[in-house]
Design a protein around this ligand. Structure first.
Ligand code: KG4
Ligand code: ZN
Length: 334
C-alpha cells in the first residue's frame, strides 16, 4: 500500500496543506497572507493568528481535493523548523492533533531540507552527489548533498538572506512585500548595467555569503542621487541590484561545483523563482542545474510531504544527522 501523506506548512506567512500518495502530489493548497504588505514585512503575531484561523479549512480542502478519504491517510507531517515560532506551533500542533485523532504516524520536518528536495517533485530525481543552493527569505545556504540525508555544509550567509536583501531593497524603493517578485518583474524593463552594486566576499570561507552591504549601498546610492526620492529610475536600479545578488549566488555555487568536481546543481527556496537566476544558471552548459517547478519554489506543503515520503521510503524516520528534526513514531501504524 502506498504511503498517503497529509503535509502541513506554516513556518512563515503561507498556510499550506498538501496530500501526496507516495511521491505524487494529489493536492497542494497555499494561502498567502497578503496583508503583511501594509506593514512592509511580516508581523509574526499577525501571521500566527491568521494560521490559526484557516489551517483546519485548508487541510480539509486539501484532503477533499486529493480524492482520498481521511481514513486512507497513514502519515501526517508538518514543518518543525526553522521559522517563526508562533506560526510553526500552529501547523505543528494541528498536524500532531490530526495524527492522534486518526491514530496515525506524525513526522516533524525540517523546512530547509524540504526546500532542498523540492527540485525532485514532479521531475526526475537528481543523482547524488549534487551541490544544493537554498535561497529564501530567511536563509542562504550551500550544501554538498552526498546522499539522502547526508550533507556537508559548505557556506551560508553571515548576515541577510538573499530573499531578505530583495525584500529590503523593495521597501526602500517603495515597492510591495514580498520584494523579490516585484524586483524580478521590474528588472525585465531595466538596464542591469545602470549601476554596479558591490557584493562582499569572505577570506575565511569562500562559500559564505553576505547581502547586508549591498542593501546599505543601495540606501547611500538613493540618498546621494535622489535625495528627494523623485524621478528614481526604479527598473534600472532593480535590474542592477538583481544582477549583483544573483551573480553572487551563481558565482559561489559554480565555484563549489568546480572545486568538488560535481556537475549536478539543485537551486531551491523562494529566490529560485527569480527569472534572471534561472536564465543565467542555465547558460552554464558545463553543469546540470535543476530548479523546482515554480509552484514548489516558494513555501508550500507539498515539499514537506515529499521529504516525509523520502524519509519513509529510505527508512530514515529516526534520522539524526545534520538536520535535527524530531520524528514522532509512537502512534505509528506504518
Ligand atoms: O522560501 P520562501 O517562500 O520563504 C522562506 O522560507 O523564507 O522565500 C521567500 C523569499 C522572499 O524573500 C521573496 O522576496 C523571495 O523569496 N522571492 C523572490 C522571487 N519570488 C520570491 N526573490 C526573487 N525573485 C523572485 N521571483
Ligand atoms: Zn521557505
Amino acid at each position: 500500500m502506498p504511503v498517503n501523506i497529509l503535509a502541513i506548512e506554516t513556518s512563515c506567512d503561507e498556510t499550506s496543506a498538501s496530500v501526496l500518495t507516495g511521491s505524487t502530489v494529489l493536492s497542494n493548497i497555499i494561502s498567502s497572507q497578503h496583508f503583511h504588505t501594509d506593514y512592509g514585512g511580516i508581523v509574526p503575531e499577525l501571521a500566527s493568528r491568521e494560521h490559526i484561523k484557516c489551517i483546519d479549512r485548508i487541510a480539509e480542502d486539501a484532503i477533499k481535493l486529493s480524492g482520498l478519504l481521511r481514513n486512507e491517510l497513514n502519515l501526517v507531517c508538518a514543518t518543525q523548523g526553522p521559522g517563526l515560532i508562533g506560526s510553526l506551533l500552529t501547523g505543528f500542533n494541528f498536524g500532531k492533533a490530526f495524527a492522534i485523532g486518526q491514530g496515525i504516524h506524525f513526522l516533524g520536518i525540517n523546512h530547509i531540507e524540504a526546500h532542498l528536495y523540492s527540485c525532485f517533485i514532479g521531475q526526475d530525481e537528481i543523482e547524488f552527489p549534487f551541490i544544493g543552493l537554498i535561497v529564501s527569505g530567511g536563509h542562504t545556504i550551500l550544501y554538498l548533498a552526498e546522499d539522502y540525508f547526508t550533507y556537508k555544509l559548505l557556506g551560508e550567509t553571515q548576515d541577510d538572506a538573499g530573499g531578505e536583501s530583495f525584500d529590503k531593497a523593495a521597501k526602500m524603493l517603495g515597492l510591495g512585500y514580498p520584494g523579490g517578485p516585484e524586483i524580478d518583474k521590474l528588472s525585465l524593463k531595466g538596464n542591469e548595467k545602470f549601476h554596479n552594486f558591490p557584493i562582499s566576499n569572505f577570506k575565511e570561507n569562500i562559500y559564505d555569503f553576505s547581502f547586508s552591504g549591498i542593501k546599505t549601498s543601495l540606501l547611500y546610492f538613493l540618498r546621494k542621487n535622489y535625495p528627494d526620492m523623485k524621478n528614481i529610475p526604479v527598473p534600472d536600479i532593480c535590474a542592477s541590484y538583481q544582477k549583483a545578488v544573483t551573480d553572487a549566488l551563481i558565482e559561489k555555487t559554480l565555484l563549489a561545483a568546480k572545486n568538488y568536481n560535481i556537475r549536478k546543481i539543485a537551486v531551491s527556496g523562494g529566490v529560485s523563482a527569480n527569472s534572471r537566476l534561472r536564465k543565467e544558471f542555465l547558460i552554464e552548459t558545463d553543469f546540470d542545474v535543476s530548479f523546482p517547478k515554480k509552484e514548489y519554489s516558494t513555501d508550500n506543503a507539498a515539499m514537506i510531504g515529499y521529504l516525509a515520503y523520502l524519509k519513509h521510503t529510505y527508512g530514515k524516520i529516526n534520522y539524526s544527522g545534520f538536520f535535527s528534526e524530531t520524528s514522532y513514531s509512537r502512534l505509528s501504524k506504518l
